[in-house]
Design a protein around this ligand. Structure first.
Ligand code: CP
Length: 317
């Protein structure tokens, strides 16, 4: 297996099966720090730099929490408007990264431009973690999702997934790459205007990501082991920020999951995942059902980021 030490985590395209399980194994080994809420000292000599050019609740804070749990240090920005990238100067990725690489040992970047973390990695002497790039990818989210399923089911093979919502989403791209590595049956439900781009679909199918497109959740909910959701009421992910509109619109029933639907039609052990934040596509009455795992992911997300930081920074091999 390739070493993770010093590696950028930019995409799941080149992650092989064994690498998922290595990340999961280390996440479980480091779990006591999170479970017991006691910070350790594994990364006490290291500093994480967070460079977030787009809003985030979960990804930035889970990555920072993971670094704190391992005794590391954290610096960075969560609002690029307060940096030279967001004012008159519009400082570019290359110049910014040539600074950040001296401020820490790993850079966690979210950006509204697809490929920005890849560009950062080209110019950085320290590893870069892609925390979401435009519509591109969101590898750490999908590692958290697959870890959650692996913990629940003990395998990632032989499962039927329903991917529902906006297929342009970076999570859906990373999930497609991930599922291509496992024995997966996949249904995709998305409005036409939010369907995969043709070039992405071709690439994913060439990699072995096979799926069947359906119109309505009711057609496939009875087969699903996992329902993976994203909103169809979405901001534009190519913008640094989008303010709320008076009328955001409503989610059509085709793309909605409710407690009633799950209890009437889903398998008794089906799992609902959502990267969050949600709109009206996932009703709150699902939160306290046996199907819900999206809150479990808040905890698992810290474990996975601890694992990645420890592996990338060479504290675990
Ligand atoms: N899942 C996710 O990316 O959430 P945030 O936008 O809050 O980081």
């Amino acid at each position: 297996m390739r070493s993770f030490s010093g590696r950028d985590i930019l995409s799941l395209k080149d992650f092989d099966r064994h690498e998922y399980f290595r990340v999961f194994e280390i996440a479980e080994r480091l779990e006591p720090y999170a479970r017991d809420r006691r910070n350790g000292d594994l990364l006490k000599e290291k500093t994480l730099v967070t460079a977030f050019y787009q809003p985030s609740t979960r990804t930035r804070l889970a990555t920072e929490a993971a670094m704190h749990r391992l005794g590391g240090h954290v610096t960075g920005f969560s609002d690029a408007k307060m940096t030279r990238a967001g004012d008159f100067y519009q400082e570019g990725i290359q110049d910014t990264v040539k600074m950040l690489e001296y401020y820490g040992d790993v850079i966690a970047m979210r950006h509204f431009q697809q490929g920005a973390p890849h560009e950062a990695a080209m110019h950085s002497s320290v590893p870069v973690i892609n925390c979401g790039d435009g519509w591109g990818e969101h590898p750490t989210q999908i590692l958290t999702d697959t870890f959650t399923i692996w913990r629940q089911r003990g395998t990632l093979d032989g499962l039927t997934w329903v991917m529902i919502g906006d297929m342009r989403m970076r999570t859906m791209h990373s999930l497609s790459y991930a599922l291509s590595k496992f024995d997966s049956k996949v249904y995709v439900i998305a409005p036409d205007e939010m369907y995969f781009l043709p070039e992405f679909e071709k690439e994913a199918r060439d990699m072995g990501f096979n799926f069947t497109r359906k119109e309505h959740i009711e057609q496939v909910i009875g087969e699903a082991d996992i329902v993976y959701m994203e909103p169809v009421v979405q901001p534009d992910y190519t913008k640094s920020r989008e303010e709320v509109k008076d009328d955001k619109g409503r989610t059509p029933p085709n793309y909605q999951v409710t407690k009633k639907l799950l209890f009437e039609k889903a398998k008794s052990d089906a799992i609902v995942l959502h990267s969050l934040p949600r709109q009206d596509e996932l009703s709150q009455d699902v939160d306290n059902t046996r199907f819900q795992r999206y809150w479990v992911e808040a905890y698992n997300g810290v474990l996975v980021r601890m694992s990645l930081l420890a592996l990338i920074l060479g504290a675990m091999e």
